[in-house]
Design a binder for this molecule. Structure first.
Ligand code: HEC
Length: 187
């Protein structure tokens, strides 16, 4: 009985270690994506305004996410609570639950840095470690995700042209915009 208990405890302890190290690695990758995106946006906005910065959220964000995916072997993406690019930014069922959890916690006043959503899930025969970190609306996001009176006519025309089904407007500062989502296949 004692032996069994010992073995069981060890297995759980090891699993917890692995969980924690996977969680830390995923958090680091998500933070990299959010920070690199933020600084690219700031640089481009300063240089050429929102019209120049549009490529950052459109082209640079997926490039950084793809680079991270290649480097780590995980799927690294961005999803939105309301989506502009329905091909790329749509949350799946698991991500939807995570986004709802984040919204509730933000409304309840939980500090952003304390928020993440992590779970080991089984899909078919494959197990995955899944992780999400919230992306929150900042003042500089409003020129492309804010209410229409904040967005320039040039930006609105560009969005109408490229994203006819755009839902990602009318956000306010501090509101949950979406999340970085990371999916790691487990052996
Ligand atoms: C200059 C315009 C512009 C600015 C500023 C901007 N975005 Fe975006 N954003 C876009 C465009 C365009 C897309 C669609 C990208 C695509 O085609 O995948 C997008 C997509 C996104 C997505 C992916 C989900 C979706 O709706 O498709 C997230 C998340 C996002 N933006 C967050 C932010 C955040 C957070 C900020 C501020 C830090 C921000 N954006 C600032 C233009 C912008």
């Amino acid at each position: 009985m004692k032996v069994l208990l010992l073995v069981f405890t060890m297995v759980v302890a090891m699993a917890q270690d692995e969980f924690k190290s996977r969680e830390d690695a995923a958090a680091a990758a998500a933070t990299t994506l959010i920070q690199e995106l933020g600084s690219a946006l700031k640089t481009n906005m300063a240089a050429g305004g929102p019209e120049a910065a549009i490529t950052v959220c459109r082209d640079i964000a997926p490039t950084i996410a793809n680079d991270l995916s290649l480097k780590t072997g995980w799927k690294v993406t961005r999803v939105g609570t309301r989506v502009r690019n329905t091909m790329m930014g749509m949350p799946d069922e698991w991500e939807q639950i995570g986004l709802e959890y984040f919204s509730e916690e933000i409304d309840a006043g939980t500090a952003l840095e304390d928020l993440s959503y992590t779970e080991v899930v089984t899909e078919g025969k494959q197990q995955y470690f899944r992780y999400m970190k919230p992306i929150v609306t900042q003042p500089l996001c409003l020129s492309c995700h804010g209410p229409s009176d904040v967005m320039s006519p040039a930006i609105q025309a560009m969005l109408d042209q490229h994203y006819p089904h755009d839902q990602a407007t009318d956000y306010t500062v501090g509101e949950l915009r979406g999340a970085v989502s990371i999916k790691q296949p487990l052996d």
